[in-house]
Design a protein around this ligand. Structure first.
Ligand code: FE2
Ligand code: FE2
Length: 187
């Protein structure tokens, strides 16, 4: 079973567990050992969704533009908090605050993604596509294991949506605006 929406949920569950496990740990070495793979997976998961999932949601979701704008904005917040943890020694007050920020941003994002984007996709993508994308999602994660070759910088949400719409053959209006929201009335 490689349904992409199910694989995304699996990662989300891994995040919840891993953040909960951190609560039981103490001392910089223990915390760093537990946090580093979680931090890498947070970055990798967002990049994999942006590479494989959201470009397809854009093409068929009922409310895909808003869901994608929200998601990329949330991914930026999570990436920023993860990057902040890397600027401080594990276990320090600043590190703990950044981990807390990553956790809160990620928890809020997962709930929205699960209730909106994933639900929308299940309703509008056929099972064959969901399986095919699941295989691509796994391949992307394997290729970039540990965050190798991943760009962890912020993405401009509107530019990302515009780029995906252009690739999908949705042309922006003649007035040169991004067309965000402009396609809604056509659906
Ligand atoms: Fe996710
Ligand atoms: Fe996400």
């Amino acid at each position: 079973m490689t349904d992409i929406t199910s694989l995304i949920l699996d990662d989300h569950e891994r995040f919840r567990r891993a953040f909960a496990d951190l609560d039981d740990l103490d001392g910089p070495d223990e915390l760093a050992r537990a946090w580093e793979p979680l931090a890498d997976l947070l970055d990798l998961h967002a990049a994999a969704e942006e590479a494989v999932f959201y470009p397809e949601l854009i093409q068929r979701g009922a409310d895909a533009e808003d869901e994608t704008l929200d998601a990329v904005g949330d991914h930026n917040e999570i990436r920023d908090a993860v990057a902040e943890t890397r600027r401080h020694p594990a276990g320090s007050a600043a590190w703990l605050a950044a981990v807390r920020q990553a956790r809160t941003a990620n928890s809020e994002h997962m709930a929205e993604e699960e209730d909106d984007a994933l639900a929308d996709f299940r309703q509008h993508a056929d099972p064959g596509l969901r399986e095919e994308l699941g295989r691509k999602f796994l391949a992307f994660k394997a290729e970039h294991e540990g965050g190798k070759g991943i760009d962890t910088g912020d993405l401009d949400p509107e530019r990302y949506v515009e780029e995906q719409e252009r690739k999908a053959g949705k042309t922006p209006p003649d007035d040169g605006s991004l067309g965000i929201g402009g396609l809604k009335g056509e659906r």
